[in-house]
Structures are given as structure tokens and as C-alpha cells.
Design a protein around this ligand. Structure first.
Ligand code: DLL
Length: 428
């Protein structure tokens, strides 16, 4: 059933493996990366003190700022001649985070991606159209290698070029499509414009990730394309896509490939580890990486962990799907709200299309928020009524009172054809 035996190993066996690998990783990072030697010395922790994952809480965190400070290669643990590949993640400000892979790291990545695709229902012999961007972004090549490793066929369309993308989907009978959730919506619209019904194609699943999306957004994608949408998560600093994925059987949380990446959830304010089920910031420790070992990386992503065995038989812990990041939190006149909460409330109304933007301004000392959102193609009411409905739902469910809500015609909000969608514009 599973791609590899480790996916159904007992929790005890898994734990033993994690303990051994963590001790090795800490020792390895201490010996090979000045940054970690200094950080551990400063925290008063010797690698000899670490022999199980219970000792993790003693270790200092690694942050996004550390990647920036150590730009470009201060966190590398190997010489350049042992690096086989470099990727980078751009982020919104400052220098990119440069990440490196040895040959063995690339092997691990392929393996976890093959596992992930298998969990998503892709099988050897299937065809996968890969519309994640190729290049420094980890999405394109990460999926590419994983599809080949699994024994399926990859069509490396990369991001954009939507007309050709649709032709390929139709002519090459792909079973699966890999792309961001916003690009799924874009493709569905472009297909509509060309009077093409994607639901009639053999395409049966999409593997979506790289940006947050809510349940109503997923339903919209599944309906528009006639597919099952499976959520895949990852980040460059840890490896790229393939840190965790939903199984198609349960679609109830993302299985973290814990034999390579150890997850914790901590309180974003205090950094204290939180118990199972509580929501907080995901912290990841690599257990097998050579070029770039990472100890307790603060991902900024908000989730919770669930250790119950899944219906699919996999024992790997599941993380809840990530709908927000700690730094997305908006504070509007004292009310804390995540953009994803606003998205969910609006899309649940049914008449609202999954295309919106949130603009934040500061007037004098006051923060103001404007929401612009499209109504659905088949909406027959008046924009004013829908605006009032949105305002009242946001007030009742989230206690948020935006300064302005504008309901616009389908197609008015700019679409994202390449890269990650941006929905919040902070002009402050
Ligand atoms: O986005 C890797 C990736 C590629 C994942 C393709 C999935 C598919 P980065 O560019 O380094 O790497 O961005 C990582 O994107 O910390 C999250 O905030 C966000 N993210 C990634 N996957 C998801 C997801 C890739 N499934 C950052 N749901 C992460 C929500 C996600 N957010």
C-alpha cells in the first residue's frame, strides 16, 4: 500500500531511528558549521548531551534571519565540491535564502517526493504534468525528480504559458497535475474561456501546495477541474516540497516524513513546545541532511500535530494544513485576524469567487483595511447586497470590521500566472 516500509513502521521503531539520527545530526552540525558550534556553545549544550528527541527543547532555534545573516553559504556543512545543487527562496524582503544539496540529499528528496506522490494516488506508469516553476524555486525540480523516481512520466511544462499548458493536459492525457492552488483556478478560468471542459479529461488529481488555501478554496478547485486536490507542504530551508503530504485515502492532515524531518509545534511568542493538537508555529529539524543540516527551524507556519494512526495505515504524524503564517497576522483595530479566516468566511457565502485582495493602509495613527472581492459568474443579486452580507458575516464570525468592502465583477482582480499568489498588500 505505502511506497516504503517506514511509512507504516511502529511508533517505537520510528522513535529509535529519530533518536539516533538526531544525535548524529547535532554532532555533525556542531563539527561542520561554525554557526551551530557557536549557537550550541552559547546555549551551554554539548552534542554529547543530546541522545533523544526529548532533548530537542534544549537546543536553540534557527531562524529566517540566521539564513539571511549567513548568506550565502555560512550554514553549509560541506565543501563546495560536494554540493551537487543549489536552490534559493526569495521571500519578500532582503537577501534570498540559499540552500544546498549533496548527492545523498538529492537522493532523500527524490525518495520523499516519490513517497508523497504515491500517497497522493499517483502510480508508476501515470503521467504527471508539472506546472510548478523550474529554476531556483524548489517546486519544479523537486516534483520532477520525484515523479521520475516513482516510475511515472513527468511533463515539465513549468509555470505559465497557460494555453500550451491546457493543450498538453488535453493531448497527453495526464493523470495528475502539480501546481499551486491559485494556478489551478487560473487554468480552470482559462479553460472556460476556450470552451474546454477540463472535467471531461482523464485528469483525476492535482497536487497543490507552496501557498496557503482554505477548505472552500479546495472545494472550488475540485469542482472546477473535476479532480481530487491533495495538499503538499514543504519549504526550501528544509528540502523543498515533500516534507509532508495528505494521503488520498483520508485527506485528513499531512503525513510528515518523520524519518527525515522532525516536527515540533511551539508557542510563537514564548517558543515553548506545545502539546499534541494545540495550534502554534511549526518547527522542523532535519535528521539526515548533509549539505545543510538545520536544527529547530522556525518555519513561521501555523499548524498542529496529530499522532493518531491514520485510516490509511500510515503511522507518520499528521500536521494540519497550513492556512497561515505567524507574520500574516493582521491586527485591525485591536482584532487579530488571519487573511485565511477572512477568505473562509467570504467563500462560505457561496456567491463569492475565490479571487480577492486585502489592502492595508495607515491613516494618521489608525490602521485601515479594504477588501476587494469578486462575485461568482452566476451571481444574480446586487453587489450592494452581497457587500452587506460579507460585512455582516465578517463582523459576526470574526468580529472584524473592514473599512471598506468592494464587490467587483469576475475577472477584475489580477490573476497570478507564475509564482505564488499575493493577496495581502500592506501599504503602511
Ligand atoms: O513553496 C516548496 C513547495 C513547492 C511546497 C511546491 C509545495 C509545493 P518555499 O518557496 O521555500 O518552498 O516556501 C515555503 O511556502 O514556509 C509555507 O509558508 C508555504 N507553503 C508551502 N507549502 C504550503 C502548503 C515551497 N501546502 C513556504 N500550504 C512555507 C500552505 C505552504 N503553505
Amino acid at each position: 500500500m505505502a511506497y516504503s516500509d517506514i511509512e507504516t513502521a511502529s511508533r517505537e521503531d520510528l522513535r529509535e531511528l529519530q533518536d539516533d539520527r538526531l544525535a548524529e545530526t547535532v554532532e555533525y552540525a556542531y563539527e561542520n558549521v561554525d554557526f551551530y558550534r557557536e549557537a550550541l556553545d552559547e546555549a551551554g549544550v554539548s552534542p554529547d548531551d543530546v541522545d533523544s528527541v526529548d532533548d530537542l527543547a534544549e537546543l536553540p532555534f534557527t531562524t529566517k534571519e540566521d539564513f539571511r545573516d549567513e548568506y550565502p553559504d555560512g550554514l553549509f556543512a560541506v565543501d563546495h565540491e560536494d554540493v551537487r545543487r543549489i536552490h534559493a527562496s526569495s521571500g519578500t524582503t532582503g537577501k534570498p535564502k540559499i540552500v544546498a544539496y549533496t548527492e545523498d540529499d538529492l537522493g532523500v528528496w527524490k525518495e520523499v517526493m516519490a513517497r508523497s506522490l504515491h500517497a497522493a494516488g499517483v502510480r508508476p506508469g501515470d503521467t504527471v504534468q508539472n506546472a510548478y516553476g523550474y529554476g531556483l524555486f524548489t517546486g519544479g525540480l523537486g516534483f520532477h525528480d520525484g515523479v521520475e523516481e516513482l516510475g511515472a512520466t513527468v511533463i515539465p511544462t513549468g509555470g505559465g504559458n497557460t494555453a500550451r499548458q491546457l493543450d498538453m493536459l488535453r493531448d497527453l492525457d495526464s493523470d495528475a497535475l502539480a501546481c499551486t492552488p491559485s494556478y489551478c483556478l487560473y487554468l480552470a478560468e482559462a479553460a472556460d474561456e476556450r470552451m474546454m471542459d477540463v472535467r471531461e479529461l482523464p485528469l483525476s488529481r492535482v497536487v497543490i501546495g507552496a501557498e496557503p488555501f482554505t477548505d472552500p478554496m479546495r472545494e472550488e478547485i475540485e469542482r472546477a477541474l473535476g479532480v481530487t486536490a491533495v495538499d503538499v507542504y514543504g519549504l526550501s530551508e528544509i528540502i523543498g516540497p515533500g516534507v509532508s503530504i495528505e494521503c488520498e485515502e483520508a485527506q485528513d492532515g499531512l503525513h510528515v516524513w518523520e524519518d527525515h524531518f522532525y516536527p515540533e509545534v511551539v508557542d510563537p511568542q514564548t517558543g515553548e513546545p506545545l502539546p499534541e493538537g494545540e495550534e502554534g508555529e511549526l518547527v522542523l529539524t532535519s535528521l539526515t541532511k548533509e549539505a545543510l543540516p538545520v536544527l529547530r527551524y522556525r518555519t513561521g507556519d501555523i499548524t498542529s500535530l496529530n499522532y493518531e494512526k491514520c485510516d490509511c495505515g500510515r503511522t507518520a504524524v499528521r500536521m494540519d494544513n497550513v492556512t497561515g503564517r505567524t507574520d500574516d497576522l493582521l491586527i485591525v483595530r485591536g482584532v487579530n485576524v488571519y487573511p485565511s479566516q477572512i477568505e473562509e468566511v467570504m467563500l462560505d457565502l457561496g456567491d463569492v469567487a475565490p479571487h480577492y485582495r486585502i489592502d492595508l493602509y495607515r491613516e494618521d495613527t489608525l490602521d485601515t483595511m479594504e477588501i476587494t472581492v469578486e462575485h461568482h459568474e452566476d451571481f444574480r443579486g446586487t453587489p450592494d447586497d452581497l457587500r452587506e452580507e460579507i460585512e455582516s458575516e465578517l463582523r459576526d464570525v470574526l468580529e472584524v470590521r473592514p473599512d471598506e468592502v468592494e464587490v467587483v465583477e469576475p475577472g477584475e482582480i489580477e490573476r497570478t500566472e507564475v509564482g505564488k499568489v499575493k493577496r495581502v498588500f500592506d501599504h503602511r
